[in-house]
Design a protein around this ligand. Sequence first.
Ligand SMILES: Cc1cc2nc3c(=O)[nH]c(=O)nc-3n(C[C@H](O)[C@H](O)[C@H](O)COP(=O)(O)OP(=O)(O)OC[C@H]3O[C@@H](n4cnc5c(N)ncnc54)[C@H](O)[C@@H]3O)c2cc1C
Length: 386
Amino acid sequence: MDFSLNDEQKMMIDTVRRFIAEELKPLEDGLENDGGLAHDKALAIHNKAKELGLYALNMPAELGGGGLSNLDRILCEEQFGHTSDYLIRRAFGNVYEPLLHCKGEQVERWLKPAVAGTRTCAITITESGAGSDAAGIKTHAKKTETGWVLNGSKHFISDGEWSDFFLVSAKTGEKEISMFMVDKGLPGFTVGKDQKMMGIRGTPHLELFFDNVPLEPVALLGAEGQGFKLAMGALNVVRLAQVGARAVGKATHVCELMLEYANDRKQFNTRIGDFQMVQQMLADSVIEINAARWMVYHAAWMLDQGLDAREQIAMVKVHAAETLGRVVDRAVQVFGGMGFCKELPIERYYRDARIYRIFDGTSEIHRTVIAKSALKKGAQLFDVNR
Ligand SMILES: Cc1cc2nc3c(=O)[nH]c(=O)nc-3n(C[C@H](O)[C@H](O)[C@H](O)COP(=O)(O)OP(=O)(O)OC[C@H]3O[C@@H](n4cnc5c(N)ncnc54)[C@H](O)[C@@H]3O)c2cc1C
């Protein structure tokens, strides 16, 4: 097994790292204090990232994307974790993999503009009555002579305000769920309030309402009744990248700050890093981050080999999200009062980390997936040659 990165990968990581340090980091405090970023500033980082070829890195090169392998994408996503959710969205884009199932006219209308960054898309599955039970939705689409008519509502939709169109799950039969591409501005489609969150300031999370929204036949993604399955499959890699790899990046960043502080801060005439109880917090963080990182890389490698990595990604989701949670908690402790004080970003990282255990499937749901699979397949689950 070769664990080393090649020169191209190192250069790519360096480019992303420098872009984040020079262009995004200086915007973080303002974003946190103001709760948003002026439109011209958001556009400026979007355009600059595009110029450097850093937009839509996960999309195929023939569509204008970065054409990266899963592993290479993960290496970049880990770096993205060093900055804020909103800034990642604006600079690097959130072009969701389910869109790759666009066919014919759909490619020009939705897929290509999303890859080019001229139109932004959000994923809308969750409803107030259906979260973990994603199949329990009430939103439905009825076939008409001219296409479909959509009724229902969604909530917690990340980036809904900035988005031009939405990938919406809707019932098209008693047990059948399909996905539709729904443009903002269609009659009967209204955007509700921004649901304020504990962290990830700047990113809006919106309610959406569909009241007899007319959809053209071309709005249906994939075959009728199959779109949901297809989208959920494609979202697996999103979970690995946007939760697993970013959580590892975030935890790494916080750990670096914690180490620096433990080296600098003196109490009882010695640096706090000399106290064994502080050392335990540092050592546990380093161990857990490294374990999470290799789990992320391994799952990405599996995807690149064309292997089914569903269970590995469920494990990554739980372990990376919970590692991040433990690391930020220790960071607050190591920083003492300054960890709780808004003069430093540690308390922000603590708040921002909490959602990782909830979105994209809660830890409990992923543990259920892992346990069911282990009960069925036994020790095979641990066989890397599977
Ligand atoms: C900041 C943020 C951004 C989001 N962005 C989006 C987005 O862009 N698009 C989108 O569609 N959704 C989005 N969501 C929704 C998110 O995916 C859901 O919140 C998540 O899936 C959990 O659903 P829920 O909140 O309804 O909790 P519930 O499903 O009601 O769960 C409540 C509790 O019960 C537990 N539970 C539920 N079922 C089981 C079970 N079978 N076994 C054991 N425990 C169980 C859960 O683990 C949890 O602890 C976002 C949410 C937030 C907070």
